[in-house]
Ligand binder design. Structure first.
Ligand SMILES: Cc1cc2nc3c(=O)[nH]c(=O)nc-3n(C[C@H](O)[C@H](O)[C@H](O)COP(=O)(O)O)c2cc1C
Length: 204
């Protein structure tokens, strides 16, 4: 069994999503002691933004830019790790109403026509990724975006991530959320404690 652990917070040791994603991974290791964990810290080492060079090479052009080949290889490694994983744990902070730009770069490398999905002649989407994966998202945000919140319309974070995974045929998605983290120490501690309770009750 294999687990892919992704972190994308820029806040280092102060990051709440890093704490929660590590605790989700620890819970999975406790449940499946022989599980093999691959870790990607996207804030410390990340592929480049997609460029016209990447697209050209994917369409058969020769590699001309120095470094491009290595970067394309890194993107291929992201894809291999995703294909191999039975469980994917994503640490996903909300920055400016969506995922971090680091996580977006990873998404740009895994949502790839002809690799993870394809369109049929009638416009339907077919996933090319095994659909049996379990996805856990450690979602953290300073404010609150649940239904009824005045900011609910700015929620392009969990809904976006769930949409991306659904597009790739992944519907077994569990969100462990700590929100309202900017509402003072008491609210922050309560949100983290609630998320920890949810992690402790993960049973598979
Ligand atoms: C650059 C930046 C942008 C942020 N943007 C938002 C935002 O749009 N909405 C929000 O609710 N919180 C926002 N926050 C607060 C973070 O979501 C909060 O600090 C959360 O803990 C981040 O997860 P992390 O601790 O794992 O980095 C932002 C924080 C930073 C550093």
């Amino acid at each position: 069994m294999k687990l892919l652990h992704i972190d994308s917070s820029i806040l280092g040791n102060d990051s709440v999503s890093r704490t929660l994603s590590a605790e989700i991974v620890a819970r999975q290791v406790a449940l499946h002691p022989s599980i093999e964990v691959t870790y990607r810290d996207l804030a410390s080492e990340i592929a480049e933004h997609l460029s016209i060079g990447h697209v050209a090479v994917r369409h058969g052009a020769a590699v001309e830019e120095p470094g491009l080949l290595g970067d394309i290889k890194k993107g291929d490694e992201y894809l291999d790790e995703l294909f191999d994983a039975d469980i994917v744990v994503v640490g996903a902070p909300m920055y400016n109403f969506s995922v971090s730009s680091q996580l977006k770069i990873w998404i740009d490398r895994i949502v790839v026509s002809g690799r993870t999905f394809k369109y049929s002649d009638t416009g339907d989407i077919q996933t090319l990724l095994p659909t049996s994966k379990k996805i856990f998202i450690a979602s953290t945000r300073g404010s609150a975006y649940s239904a009824g919140s005045p900011y609910a319309a700015l929620e392009h974070h969990e809904s976006y991530l769930k949409g991306v995974f659904a597009f790739l045929g992944q519907h077994d998605v569990t969100v462990i959320r700590a929100e309202g983290l900017a509402f003072g120490p008491e609210a922050k501690n309560a949100a983290i404690a609630q998320a920890r309770g949810e992690i402790a009750s993960i049973s598979a």
